[in-house]
Design a protein around this ligand. Structure first.
Ligand code: PLP
Length: 362
């Protein structure tokens, strides 16, 4: 048997008629930027997150950058991000001219460690940018309490957490702003780049919308210098179709994860799911001292695996100017080389899941 780490073509086969019809309708209307499908997706996605506003944009990295600009984060301001995340989170902070401050992560949850976060707050700290990594939300109750106490802005990086929640309250509805990516391989993915910013705040929503559309408030009324970061109508149409299936897909991800966890929890460190949390398993990541030999075995048995992410951000050449060493982030450093991402996507078959489990047991 050969088990792919990910196979998006299986999803297309399952929803082909809906997708083809949605795309054909865009061509018939010949509206390619903005229009009905973009407005429809924004409304439906805002409802999904449970907030009044969703502003679509070109990708998740732009969403983060524009959220920081709307929050008036400027050079000299410090923004705290977790040491373990995809590079966009820190990139966005640097690209608005602010200072990146890394916090170490929790050894079991992989999300930002709130004790270290508290330690990293200085008088220059302006915002916290927690990441809901792998599909598990950061400790938002604690982060929001701390943010309130210190008057800080909270921007959630929800790129891996569509549909995740704590106590039923969805990712993106906790902070001042929430940023989503619809990169094709995310839990909700377009057929190209796409992103969105969600917020409860009317003013922030208006500002983000202006930034994304050349600073225009209405046609030719440029009230600020903005940029071009728009969602294509075709991508919005695709996302409307896929959003209807997301809940079922998420349930299947959770089912696969439960299967893995019950079979593997005594062999490797399996993902922790704290009680009121809904983990949506964008990735299913195990940790083991024997990662090297597990990887070799899985490779031998043609099981596709990945590593997210081989090197925590503070130790990457891109961030070397911050002069961080492994002892500054002991938890992140300790995980290096020990993480393995197993195949987890809704179309994975039960036979494939069992084959992955057998291979690890071997
Ligand atoms: C994918 C991702 C992003 C960026 O999304 P793009 O749409 O690829 O720009 C940001 N943060 C995290 C944690 C991600 O996984």
């Amino acid at each position: 048997m050969r088990v792919p780490f990910f196979d998006l073509s299986r999803q297309y086969v399952a929803i082909k008629s809906e997708i083809d019809a949605a795309i054909a309708s865009c061509f018939e209307q010949s509206v390619f930027i903005g229009g009905e499908s973009v407005e429809k997706f924004e409304h439906e996605f805002a409802d999904f997150v449970g907030v009044p506003h969703a502003v679509s944009c070109a990708n998740g990295t732009d969403a983060l950058e524009m959220a920081l600009i709307a929050a008036e984060i400027k050079p000299g301001d410090e923004v705290i991000v977790p040491a373990c995340t995809w590079t966009s989170t820190a990139e966005a902070v640097h690209n608005v001219g602010a200072t990146i401050v890394f916090a170490d992560v929790d050894p079991k949850r992989y999300t930002m460690d709130v004790t270290d976060l508290r330690r990293k707050i200085t008088p220059k700290t302006k915002a916290i940018l927690p990441v809901h990594l792998y599909g598990l939300m950061a400790d938002m109750p604690a982060i929001m309490t701390l943010a309130k106490e210190k008057s800080l802005i909270v921007i959630e990086d929800c790129a891996q957490a569509h549909g995740a929640s704590i106590n039923g309250k969805p990712a993106g509805s906790w902070g001042h702003l929430g940023c989503f990516s619809f990169y094709p391989t995310k839990n909700l993915g377009a057929y190209g780049d796409a992103g969105a910013i969600v917020t409860k705040d009317d003013t922030l929503a208006t500002t983000v919308r202006e930034i994304a559309n050349h600073g225009q408030r209405s046609k030719n009324e440029h009230v600020r210098i903005g940029r071009n970061s728009r969602l294509d109508s075709i991508q919005a149409a695709v996302l409307c179709v896929k959003l209807k299936h997301l809940e079922n897909w998420t349930k299947r991800r959770i089912e696969i994860a439960q299967e893995y966890t019950s079979a593997l929890k005594n062999i490797v460190q399996t993902p922790e799911v704290p009680d009121p949390y809904r983990h949506v398993f964008h990735l299913y990541v195990i940790q083991s001292e024997q990662a090297e030999s597990i990887r070799r075995k899985l490779d031998e048995r043609s099981v596709g695996i990945a590593e997210h992410y081989p090197n925590p951000l503070p130790f990457l050449p891109a961030y070397s100017f911050l002069q961080h060493y492994e002892n500054n982030f002991p938890i992140a450093a300790h995980q290096k080389g020990k993480l393995i991402s197993l195949p987890v996507f809704p179309e994975l078959t039960n036979d494939e899941v069992r084959y992955v489990i057998d291979s690890i047991k071997k």
